[in-house]
Design a protein around this ligand. Structure first.
Ligand SMILES: [Zn+2]
Length: 293
């Protein structure tokens, strides 16, 4: 091999490769690489500590503490919000009208640069995170990891419990659907197939199990109010407030599912305490007008 060729090869070996990367790709890879939120937070906290050392900022020493894990979670939430709600954040900073899904939530950017729910709990005694939850999209990897983490920490609780626990810190858009999707993929819950326990029913009352003449003992219950339009629907007719009266005959196990429409009390209505003759089919019996709200 000649000396010219050797020199050329050495020059080629000295060439360095430049690899460009950015923070977004790194965080996305980190979220996809691990399935445990705890592990991701520890890695992120370690990286943040290293960055603080480089910037000569205040940093912690020793093992990773709770404060560092909380800051790591906030940094991941910020990354998630910037990637999913970029236009909303821009609109918020320019005082423009927000898109519809977030308009009702009165969102704002907090001092820690996190998109939070305004809500109506400003004057309550709850923690700041519970009053103004950080907004998360329903289909982001970080949201899935957080739902999994809450589900696991709550010993594989059901969807409603998970939604309540999530709401202490986060406001997930379309939360019920996102939680149901994650919980349906939980292998441990699938294997256990938890069934809700049904409490034992109490004894039936004496009036229900002793034979008496029909309509000797009658139960009465109300439901409502329901808003219905009485008569023909035409312009200007407002719906009336009506109640449903349910009568049941004890003993004979006979239920009269005849619906009685009791209109809202008006000046023409009978006064409270007045006796009325109620007709149910071919039968009739007296009843007393009760106070309704
Ligand atoms: Zn589970």
């Amino acid at each position: 091999m000649s000396s010219d060729v050797t020199t050329e090869l050495r020059q080629e070996e000295r060439k360095s490769a430049l690899v460009a990367t950015n923070e977004t790709d790194s965080l996305q890879q980190l979220l996809l690489r691990f399935s445990s939120l705890k592990r991701i937070l520890r890695v992120t906290a370690t990286v943040l500590r290293f960055l603080n050392l480089l910037r000569k900022q205040k940093t912690y020493s020793g093992s990773i503490c709770e404060q560092e894990l909380a800051e790591a979670l906030l940094s991941l939430v910020r990354y998630c919000q910037r990637s999913c709600f970029y236009t909303e954040i821009q609109a918020l900073q320019k005082n423009q009208l927000l898109p519809k899904p977030l308009r009702k939530l009165c969102i704002f950017l907090s001092t820690d640069d996190v998109l939070r729910v305004g809500g109506r709990l400003r004057h309550s005694d709850l923690d700041y995170e519970a009053k103004h939850q950080a907004i998360l999209p329903s289909n982001h990897r970080l949201t899935e990891l957080i739902i999994d983490d809450v589900h696991t920490k709550s010993l594989h609780a059901g969807p409603q419990t998970v939604q309540f626990l999530l709401a202490q810190n986060f406001w997930v858009l379309s939360a019920r659907r996102a939680i149901a999707k994650r919980l349906s993929g939980c292998v441990r819950c699938f294997r256990a197939k938890p069934v809700l326990s049904q409490p034992l029913m109490g004894d039936l009352p004496r009036v229900r199990v002793t034979a008496v003449k029909a309509f000797q003992r009658v139960g009465c219950d109300y439901a409502g109010p329901f808003h219905v339009i009485l008569g023909r629907r035409r312009r200007g007719v407002r719906p009336e407030k009506v109640y449903l009266c349910l009568l049941s005959v004890f003993g004979a196990r006979l239920f009269i599912w005849r619906l009685l429409m009791i209109c809202q009390l008006s000046p023409s209505s009978p006064p409270c305490g007045a006796s009325l003759l109620v007709e149910v089919g071919a039968l009739s019996f007296s009843a007393t007008v009760a106070q309704t709200s």
